[in-house]
Ligand binder design. Structure first.
Ligand SMILES: *Cc1c(COP(=O)(O)O)cnc(C)c1O
Length: 387
């Protein structure tokens, strides 16, 4: 059979390979603790499940859904952005329902990029920024996120020619995988850069609600002029333990959203109206469950950080996200350390280079395992390092 050239440079998704390794280990009898993929272990809160049950039973939700998004969903998102971020949105023109942020990212690549175009992608970064760009035949220019720079990209590193060629810039704070938060002035700098070079900005924002120690994450759209250059993607997956539900939305620049809408009307026919109404209900409702999850993750973060430090591993405590980005102990590569803890401790961590070449020297640990499993994982890692 003959397949498209598009597929030639597209590797299987990062976690497809890791899932296979876990399955093989478990089959051979190992009690694997996975701190690999960032998939919340706690189920979706009952009040959300109950609302979805009501919506599923309602016949008005059973036909083809609204593709752009139901008015009540768009209005709930606009009200949330106003209340939470001080950002005013036009629900009719500046909102688009998404089947999760991942879907939105891949389709935004399709709407923006042609073969040979240049996409600016943070390194390390969520794999879909590069994957979606490569799928479109675009060229990826990695922007290295350095620790000494607070894991922010340095836009001045780009040559004039690269900046002119670039069509899209992906950013994401609070950040996966580095768990870094944005620094004052960075979003404003991005808006100025994007305006100067006519670059579309995609701010991937699935972690703004998962923060610790009193930190409050801003929206990219709160930067003056941001709506003229970019969109922001919000997801229910992480804050509400809803990774399996596939719900999120994009807000911001009308022109980008109009193209995304036109593309998606030809592809997916929209999101189940029952889920759109439930998503609106979540946005309008009390957020106690999110605050509770922040307490859970903060406790796990502290447990993991203290345990790692006690065995001599450097473990900076993040202010947000469900991850810790850990420099590997000296003498190890990222892959070597990941392999070592899987083979000797039955613990899965994600090697940094899975997020781009600059991830070398780091591993990502996810906080999505119960406390006692995290404690056990660290004990096993400690034992394995003493061998
Ligand atoms: C989890 C994650 C996503 C995917 O979110 P979905 O809404 O589940 O598709 C997107 N971007 C980043 C940075 C993530 O960590």
């Amino acid at each position: 059979m003959r397949f498209s050239h598009r597929m030639d440079n597209l590797a299987p998704y990062l976690f497809a390979g890791i899932e296979q390794k876990i399955a093989d280990k478990r089959k051979s009898g190992v009690d694997v603790i996975s701190l690999g993929i960032g998939d919340p272990d706690v189920p979706t809160p009952d009040y959300i499940v109950e609302e979805m049950q009501r919506q599923v039973a309602d016949g008005r939700n059973h036909q083809y859904p609204s593709n752009r998004g139901l008015t009540e969903y768009a209005e709930a998102a606009a009200a949330f952005y106003q209340r939470r971020f001080g950002v005013t949105l036009d629900p009719e023109r500046e909102f688009m329902a998404l089947l999760g942020a991942k879907e939105g990212l891949a389709h935004i690549c399709m709407a923006l990029l042609d073969v040979g175009d240049l996409a600016l992608v943070p390194d390390p970064g969520y794999p879909v920024y590069a994957g979606g760009s490569i799928m479109m035949g675009a060229e990826v220019k990695y922007l290295e996120l350095r620790r000494e720079n607070g894991f922010l990209p340095d836009l001045d590193e780009l040559s004039e020619e690269e900046a002119r060629r670039a069509k899209v810039l992906f950013i994401s704070y609070p950040n996966n995988p580095t768990a870094a938060v944005v620094q004052d002035g960075f979003f404003e700098r991005v808006v100025a850069f994007a305006k100067e070079y006519e670059i579309a900005v995609v701010h991937d924002n699935p972690y703004s609600e998962i923060t610790y120690d009193g930190y409050v994450a801003p929206s990219f759209l709160a930067a003056p002029g941001a709506k003229e250059v970019g969109v922001e993607l919000f997801s229910f997956s992480k804050p509400f333990n809803m990774t399996g539900w596939r719900t999120g939305f994009a807000v911001g620049n009308h022109e980008i959203l109009e193209h995304l809408w036109r593309l998606k009307t030809n592809m997916d026919s929209g999101m189940f109206d029952a889920l759109q109404r439930t998503s609106a209900f979540i946005l309008n409702g009390p957020w106690d469950s999110v605050h509770e999850m922040c307490r859970v993750y903060q406790r796990r973060r502290d447990l993991l950080a203290e345990a790692l430090v006690s065995v001599g591993i450097e473990a900076p405590k993040p202010e947000a996200t469900i991850y810790m980005w850990i420099p590997v102990p000296s003498g190890y590569t990222s892959a070597g350390f990941s392999e070592h803890v899987l083979e000797q401790a039955g613990v899965v961590v994600t090697p940094g280079p899975g997020y781009g070449p600059a991830g070398e020297g780091f591993v990502r640990l996810s906080l999505t395992a119960p406390d006692h499993r995290i404690a056990e994982a660290v004990e096993r890692i400690e034992r394995s390092l003493r061998l």
